[in-house]
Design a protein around this ligand. Structure first.
Ligand code: GRF
Length: 195
């Protein structure tokens, strides 16, 4: 399966995937970010599809068409969103439905959204974590592939807690991608259940 990783930030999850020796056919970023340098350091092809706007005038449908075209052109079978900061329009789930993964720094369905770590801390939870799931048109939703808890320490800041969560995200993303690539499909079974 040809894998693409979509990133926007520091790219530490991308780096963990590359360090694990998982072949990445395309790294796609939506802005200037460290993930591009990480791809270059590992000899992975990186493509910048620059977002023209972060405002209300952002053409989400048009941008999604560009992403879909880039993935199709690179003959991508599996897409791993790893800190990708653009919500893609539902149209991408027509060609790639069931084949786009996402990681979220909270135990879904709790604390959806961009500030999941901050929101969990503000709520005062004692345990949070991360979730690797199949992405759907509904943001931070979709079948859960892996999930792990992280204990909140009394002196945690958003940054310290997020860093411990990301350490788990890096590990479970690598483990899950390895399993998917080994069996050649996201679904754990392709057989009809025996009745
Ligand atoms: C992860 O916590 C991910 O769940 C969130 O952004 C972070 C990405 O980290 N959406 P990095 O850019 O891979 O270091």
């Amino acid at each position: 399966m040809r894998l693409a990783v979509l990133a926007s930030g520091s790219g530490s999850i991308l780096e963990a995937i590359l360090n694990a020796g998982i072949p990445v056919s395309l790294v796609l970023v939506d802005r200037d970010c460290a993930a591009t340098d990480i791809a270059a350091d590992h000899g992975a092809e990186a493509r910048l599809l620059d977002r023209a706007s972060f405002g209300a005038d952002f053409d989400r449908a048009g941008y999604t068409d560009l992403v879909t075209a880039a993935l199709t052109e690179a003959e991508i079978d599996l897409v791993a969103m790893a800190g990708f900061g653009t919500i893609l329009a539902p149209s991408i789930y027509e060609p790639f439905g069931g084949r786009i993964l996402n990681t979220h720094p909270a135990l879904l369905p709790s604390f959806k959204g961009w500030h999941a770590v901050r929101d969990a801390l503000a709520y005062g939870v004692k345990v949070t974590g991360c979730t690797l799931h199949v992405a759907t048109a509904e943001v931070d939703d979709g079948p859960i592939l892996a999930q792990e808890a992280v204990v909140v320490e009394p002196d945690d800041t958003e940054a310290s807690l997020h860093e411990r969560i990301k350490a788990v995200e890096r590990r479970i993303y690598v483990e899950t991608l390895r399993s998917i690539l080994a069996r050649g499909s996201v679904a754990e079974t392709t057989e009809e259940p025996v009745t």
